[in-house]
Design a protein around this ligand. Structure first.
Ligand SMILES: NC(=O)c1ccc[n+]([C@@H]2O[C@H](COP(=O)([O-])OP(=O)(O)OC[C@H]3O[C@@H](n4cnc5c(N)ncnc54)[C@H](O)[C@@H]3O)[C@@H](O)[C@H]2O)c1
Length: 361
């Protein structure tokens, strides 16, 4: 059994991971600042953690002394780093704050790890929740079948209703699932840039520490428990809340944006495995369902799951700069390295999400 500290462990993924690791017998400590945008009812969250035997420490990831003290007090062997600002759209409005929490926060975590090391605490593994956002448009094939990385889509093309990813010469490309081993990072938002920096910082800053670094790049995580009140949270929670409020769904572009939605318990299972595996894989791993679905399709599935009539969808043709056309993971490396595979299909997952949202709305 290990002593595991989870930064951001009160959040959507973190709380479920903390409970999962605790129920497997690990000693789990959560370090979190209970960000008001994410936690409308933080008391409920902390008492749920406490009842399960998870130690909760209130603190900010940017506070080196507090983080280092938490690492020492928990005698941590493994750190799972989830604390972050997570809104892609919001990151455009608050670039300095996103860099502060995500980038400086990770740099401070590195310093806190060094300080804890000086106190004799031997952390052996650091696991990061990375994001597929680092790929930008991601892997594509050109018309000759060669795999290439697309450049960011141009606002002028999007305004003209031309939504296809393109190469640097403006030639249209066919998107394919991305994987860390051969898709070059090309972040298209401030959030994505900060997530890529987190990866670089941990690999570079802990290089000579002897600590193992493991990185999972997550696709769109969804499920029961994702904040219904955070306007910057996952699209499926936002859709569920809008439909329950009797509002129509406005869908961007032509409705054909593709996403890979992975249920939260499947993501938790991958992190749980990384905490227990004897040696972490050398490579960064992609975590998703491995299957793409259009936003239009997923909206229709949710309307049906809620037992609502059709006619609630408007395809607006509007676009958001930095939005990605096609985001699907190639999960073959994660399957091999972790002996892991997603278990929850999209219709079961959406059913679970809407049942929970109905009770919580
Ligand atoms: N949910 C997804 O679809 C998704 C996809 C890709 C990557 N990720 C990554 O996974 C991680 C967890 O995401 P989540 O969906 O659980 O988000 P979340 O917002 O539910 O959880 C993040 C937690 O971090 C805490 N936090 C925020 N700022 C902090 C600070 N300054 N100091 C200490 N704690 C702070 C929040 O209170 C919250 O409990 C994040 O790093 C995110 O970038 C999530």
């Amino acid at each position: 059994m290990s002593n595991i500290l989870i930064t951001g462990g009160a959040g959507f993924i973190g709380k479920r991971l903390a409970l999962s690791l605790r129920s497997a017998g690990h000693n789990v400590t959560v370090f979190d600042n209970l960000h008001a945008q994410v936690h409308p009812d933080s008391k409920k969250t902390t008492s749920e953690l406490n009842v399960a035997g998870v130690i909760f420490i209130f603190g900010d990831i940017r506070d080196i002394d507090a983080v280092s003290e938490a690492i020492v007090d928990a005698n941590s062997e493994i750190i799972v780093h989830l604390a972050a600002e997570t809104g892609t759209g919001q990151s455009y409005d608050l670039p300095a704050h996103y860099c502060d929490v995500n980038v400086t926060g990770t740099a401070r975590l590195i310093e806190a790890l060094r300080a804890a090391g000086r106190e004799g605490v031997e952390v052996r593994r650091v696991v990061l929740a990375g994001s597929r956002a680092v790929y930008g448009e991601g892997a594509c094939r050109d018309r000759d079948g060669r795999e290439v990385t697309a450049v960011p889509r141009l606002s002028a093309d999007l305004a003209a209703g031309d939504f296809a990813p393109k190469d640097a010469n403006g030639r249209p490309l066919d998107p394919v699932p991305s994987r860390a081993s051969n898709t070059a990072p090309a972040p298209a938002s401030v959030y994505a840039s900060t997530k890529l920096m987190q990866e670089y910082l941990l690999r570079q800053g802990l290089e000579q520490s002897g600590m193992e670094i493991a990185i999972l790049r997550l696709q769109n995580v969804y499920g029961a428990g994702q904040s219904l009140h955070n306007p910057y949270t996952g699209v499926l929670s936002i859709f569920a809340q809008q439909l329950l409020d009797g509002k129509p769904l406005n869908i961007y572009e032509d409705g054909e944006i593709v996403r890979d939605f992975v249920y939260v318990s499947d993501v938790v299972a991958a992190f749980h495995r990384l905490c227990e595996i004897a040696e972490v894989p050398d490579e960064t791993l992609d975590i998703g369902s491995g299957t793409g679905v259009t936003i239009l399709e997923v909206a229709r599935t949710m309307i049906a799951a809620l037992g609502l009539e059709g006619g609630r969808i408007t395809i607006t043709g509007q676009f958001r700069p930095g939005d990605i056309r096609y985001a699907v993971a190639d999960i073959s490396a994660a399957k091999t390295a972790l002996g892991w595979a997603p278990q929850v299909n999209l219709s079961d997952g959406i059913r679970a999400l809407v049942e929970w949202a109905r009770k919580s709305a």
